[in-house]
Design a protein around this ligand. Structure first.
Ligand code: NI
Length: 171
């Protein structure tokens, strides 16, 4: 396993929809293991393949906030798709490893049902709620080229973009 570099906004790859996975060989298994290790190292609650520069529909999710326990309680979803969602969950301190130095409030669904393949390519469906549902919505957004800042008001989003531009110019 290896820790991979996480790409950050405004890298254009983050805005591109990821491609469907059709094979589940060694290179995909290695990528999934690397993604998990990268997520723990960061640390983060979830990671999409595009964030390590691989344009494939794969996410890894860490379901515990207890980092000592994290390596036992993660899973991967391949080609995940939200097939049902309802309720409202105000995600009040949302952040993203690819959008450094920003935390914001995002309105999410409080329950989602997700259809996906597991890492061996077997079909599965999971139903989750609250914080866990936020992680899945956030990571599946990444696969569609959507960042959490896209859910913010235009004003807040532009403030952030300006800050990044200035930072890039200064560095
Ligand atoms: Ni993210």
């Amino acid at each position: 396993m290896a820790i991979r570099d996480i790409i950050t906004y405004p890298d254009p790859l983050l805005l591109k929809p990821s491609e469907t996975v059709t094979e589940f060989g060694d290179s995909i298994q290695e990528l999934i293991e690397d993604m998990a290790e990268t997520m723990f190292e960061a640390p983060g609650s979830g990671l999409a393949a595009v964030q390590v520069g691989v344009n494939k529909r794969i996410i890894v999710v860490n379901t515990t906030e207890d980092m000592d326990d994290a390596e036992k309680s993660w899973y991967a979803l391949i080609n995940p798709e939200i097939i049902e969602k309802d309720g409202v969950f105000v995600s009040d301190n949302e952040g993203c490893l690819s959008v450094p130095e920003l935390r914001a409030t995002v309105r999410r669904s409080s329950r989602v049902v997700v259809k996906a393949l597991d890492r061996m390519g077997e079909p599965m469906t999971i139903e989750v709620d609250n914080f866990h549902a936020v992680i899945l919505q956030h990571e599946i957004d990444h696969l569609n080229g959507i960042l959490f800042i896209d859910h913010l008001s235009v004003l807040k989003r532009n403030l952030y973009k300006k800050k990044v531009k200035k930072h890039l110019k200064d560095s």
